[in-house]
Design a protein around this ligand. Structure first.
Ligand code: 4NP
Length: 154
């Protein structure tokens, strides 16, 4: 279990959480902070798949390569390795609670709880949306990434 290990969790692990993972990795590199960063889905329907092409395109707009991502499902073991687990929305926060082992010490929260003034809010699911929705999800994740790095750098 490492406090410097961060896991992002959405539904399919092909849209929001891969973008959040990529945005935090970029912010951590920019700030010179060594972190272990990963993402997973509460649902295994997309396991092994690439990120959604619209998520890849949005990451590319920020000069980040998301083509190597492969989706995976959240496991009980994740709660023993990651000190911080961030849910992208409320439904996934509930699912994380269901998947969690009985005993663990990972801190589980909504991602936007990290952003002052946005506590309790969801990063909206862009899957049935368009490029603009992916851009909004990216911006939410990038904002949260700044606060995560600031907190973990202390
Ligand atoms: P994600 O987006 O949870 O941000 O990866 C979704 C991916 C797939 C589906 C829904 C949301 N789906 O219904 O298959």
């Amino acid at each position: 279990m490492s406090q410097k290990a961060v896991l992002f969790v959405c539904l399919g692990n092909i849209c929001r959480s891969p973008m959040a993972e990529a945005a935090l990795r970029a912010e951590a590199v920019a700030q010179g902070l060594a972190l272990t960063i990963d993402s997973a889905g509460t649902n295994g329907l997309h396991t092994g798949q690439h990120a959604d092409p619209r998520a890849i395109a949005e990451a590319a707009r920020h000069d980040i390569d998301l083509t190597r991502h492969r989706a995976r499902q959240l496991t009980e073991d994740d709660f023993l390795h990651f000190g911080h687990i961030y849910a992208l929305d409320h439904q996934n926060l509930r699912e994380i609670g269901r998947i969690a082992p009985r005993r663990h010490s990972a801190k589980v929260a909504l991602l936007l709880d990290m952003v002052p003034g946005r506590g309790g809010q969801a990063v909206l699911d862009p899957y049935y949306g368009d490029a603009e929705d992916f851009a909004t999800a990216w911006d939410d994740a990038a904002q949260a990434a700044k606060y995560i790095v600031a907190q973990l750098a202390r």
